[in-house]
Structures are given as C-alpha cells and as structure tokens.
Ligand binder design. Sequence first.
Ligand code: NAP
Length: 497
Amino acid sequence: MAITAGTHTYRNFIAGRWQESAATRFVTNRNPATGEVLGQVPQSSREEAAAAIEAAAAAFPAWRDTPGPVRGRMLFRVLELFERELPRLAEILTREEGKTLAEATGELQRSRNILEYIAGEGRRLRGETLPSERPDTFTYTKREPLGVVALITPWNFPVAIPIWKLAPALVCGNTVVLKPATLTPWTASVLMEIFHEAGMPPGVVNMVIGPGGTVGEELLTHPAVRAVSFTGSNEIGTRLYRQAAAAGMRVQAEMGGKNPVVVLDDADLELAVTGTIQGAYGSTGQRCTATSRVIVTPGIADRFVEEVVARAARLVVGDGLQPSTEVGPSVDEAQMRTVLDYIDIGVREGARLLTGGRRLTDGALAAGWFVAPTVFDHVTPSMRIFQEEIFGPVLAVCRVPDFDAALEAANAVPYGLASSVYTRDVGAAMRFVDRSEVGIVHVNNPTVGGEAHLPFGGTKATGVGPREQGSVAIDFYSELKVVYLDYTGVPRTGNLY
Ligand code: NAP
C-alpha cells in the first residue's frame, strides 16, 4: 500500500490490517516548504486507540514466547526493507517535515544503524548468574517483556525516534501501539508498511493516528498498557509522566533541551564556528540537541561572533528538496510564529540582534514557513531567550569573563540534554565534562548527533527514566526476574530473611 501525496487519507494500522478511521474530523498534512497538500490526517477516537491496545494485548503471548533470536531476525528483515525504501523515505521525510534531503538521509542512516544494532540484541538478552548463599542452589536473573507498550513520538525526528523505541520494545518481546505526531503521519505510515511487509505477526505492531489529547489519553489510562515511552515537549511530557506514574505504568519521558556550546579563549576558532553553525541551524534548529546558546570568553568573543554572524547570514534557506538548500522551513505556521515571538522577546529584553530575526518571503519562500538564521549577542542568563527552548534557527550568544562563569552559565537552565566545550586545554575540557549538568557532553564537537550503540537522553528537566538507544534501551523495555532454584531436597532452616 504505497501512499502517494495529494488527497490520501492516512489510515490506522491495527491487528495487521490497514483500517479506515471512523473520524469525522481531519487535519490537512502539508509540506512546510511549499504548502503542498500531502494528505488528510484523521482525528481517531479513544475507541480506535483501545482497539489497537486490545490487538496488541492479544498478540502478546505468542510474541513473548517467540525466542529472542527469532524476534531479532524479524528486525533484520525490517532492516533489509528499510534500506530498500531509504531513497523514497528520505524524500517523504523532507516533504513532510521540511529538513533538507541530506539531513533526512542522515536521520535514516541513524535509524538503520539502530535497527542493525538492536536486532542483534535478540541474541544478547542476557541475565546474570550469581552464587547463592546456600549449597546446591542456583540463582540467576532473566529478562522478560512487559506486555503492551505505548510509544508516543514527536515530529522532528519522525523516523529515528519511532525506530529507537520500536526496535528495543519488539526485540524484548513487547507488543506496541505507536502514536506518531499529527504533523508526520506519512513517514509513520511508511514505517508500518515496512514492518507489515517484513512479516511481523498481526497485532505485534499497531499505529493509531490522532490527537495526543484523545489517543494519548487512552494509551495512558487503558489497563492493558504496561509502559509508555514518550519523546516530546516538557509541557506534555511532565503531565504525561505524572499521569502514567499515578496509573502505575513504567514511564520514560525525553523532553526539551537548551543546549550550550562553551567557547574558551584557546579554542580553535574554525572548529568552534563550524560546530556552532551545524548545531544551531542544522535541521532548522528543530532538534532537541540543537545548539541554542553559546557562552564565550573575552579573548575570542569578538572574532567568534563576527565569524558566526557572517556564516549564518550566508546560509541558503529554502525547500529541502533543492540540493543547494542548507536550512529548511519551520515545521508549520504555529512553530514559525513561536520562533518569531521569541525573536521579538529577545529584542524587547535588550539582546542585540546581529543577523536574521525575520520571516523570509522572497519568491517561492512566501509559500512556506521560513525564518532567517538569527544570532543575538549580549544575551544574559536571566533572559527568556537564554532559558527557554525556542526550537528554531535562533542562537543566543552570552559573553562571560572566564571558565568558571561559563560553566555556571551553561548549567543555569532547567534543561540538561547536551553541551559542548571548545578548548585545547585538556584540564578545562575534563572539568567541563565532569561538571556539565547534561546527559551528553561533547568536546570540540557539535552538540547534535548520536551514535546508535551509545545511550541517548538527558538529565534535570529534560529526561525521566532510563536512557534510550544502545544496549541500555533494553532496561526500559524488559523486566528483570530473579530465580532461586534449590536442588538440595532439604527444607530450609533458620531465619528466612
Ligand atoms: P509535543 O507537542 O509534546 O508532542 C509529542 C507527542 O505527544 C505527539 O505525538 C503529540 O501528539 C503527543 N501528545 C500531545 N498531547 C498529548 C497528551 N495529552 N497525551 C499524550 N500524548 C500527547 O512535542 P513536539 O512538538 O511533537 O516535539 C518537539 C519537542 O520534542 C521539543 O521540545 C523537543 O526538544 C522534544 N524532543 C526531545 C527529544 C529527546 O530525546 N530529549 C528528541 C526529540 C524531540 P500530537 O502531535 O497529536 O499533538
């Protein structure tokens, strides 16, 4: 069932079948660069979400009992099909989300690496053998799946994030219901096509397209759902975390970031500028790990700012399908308005706007939601543009006297996802690594990106629950069972503590 753009109405995928939603309300899915209509997004109901949960619950016993290596082999089949679909999926991703074709290809590369790595985990779902205090007693731990797991994902990495949740959930033996973001149903539908074609048993993977407040609500209250893995905003994530915890569900919530780059006097200027530009404007700043703050010391500040401004001003903004484009649009009008509002806030707060700061509407750009790459200088830690996630191509530069002030400013936000330091001083780099309050710290490297076999996630207000990606992803999606096997044949005596 290959979906083509135009008047297509996206469908739910439940119990191994594509099902027309009974919705009477639809949202139009559009290409944010051109306004092109891609399809109609049904506002599915709680009942449809419940049907997906029940299909997942029915499929669970057989999938749980399928050996781990066989589940892993199924994911290797998914990987094969994913590789076949890569060019088509890259184009769909660009048309639906707006990132450039090169960035879309990068996201798909990361997704394929995750599939490849996690599929192998099917053979490594290990427990531990430990000695017992008693003779002739065998004690060990084993991993078991949880049951039905709900996966709620955002629009900004609409392939990689579903994949980094689906793969470990499935390899552990869980069955899943995916609720993709309303803005990216097409990419999610292609993923379902791939899982379907790979021969995933009916009900093991399900997808319901609809509003978070309705479909999400059912996923968080249905008694068959054992766990929820969420990636998205703090506003939704913190509410969802409380709700899931109150219902006794296991919950993982990966949320926003306000990621700093610290540039010290002895930094390699070229390295620091290039990394900052990549981190701030790649994916139009719509990454949880985007560089949104630069904290810079006096010996390099003027040269650094001058070069960053010059490069930001030269970036080619446009439709991500054009090979020359370096920065795509905001994902929709609302996101663009949020970014423009923050630019106004920055100006009103007294930060110095050095480049950008406006919507771009020249020629073909008028049809999309484009914001010029923006740099603010003389931003202070109390300003909202220093504290709050903007999720757009806006960089705030904050000048500080020395390393200690830089570290303090870097940590002076509620978020704790990624950070980076540019320096040639190993001691300063290691002090930053030790004291930066984040889940991912870089040295002489942009704040963005993540390798498939390394854990990913944040601390403080960014993240709750175990990390995603890498082999630690297994921790969230499995239960550790402890086994005592006594072959003494003699009743226990004494104090059974
Ligand atoms: P969002 O608005 O929080 O939405 C995320 C998902 O939650 C969507 O599927 C959304 O559905 C759903 N949702 C909305 N209301 C809900 C509710 N009441 N109950 C259950 N689910 C609900 O976030 P977004 O705008 O899509 O994504 C951008 C955010 O994600 C940024 O803050 C970014 O930093 C963060 N992010 C974090 C990471 C990380 O790993 N830390 C990675 C990527 C993105 P609808 O689309 O239908 O509203």
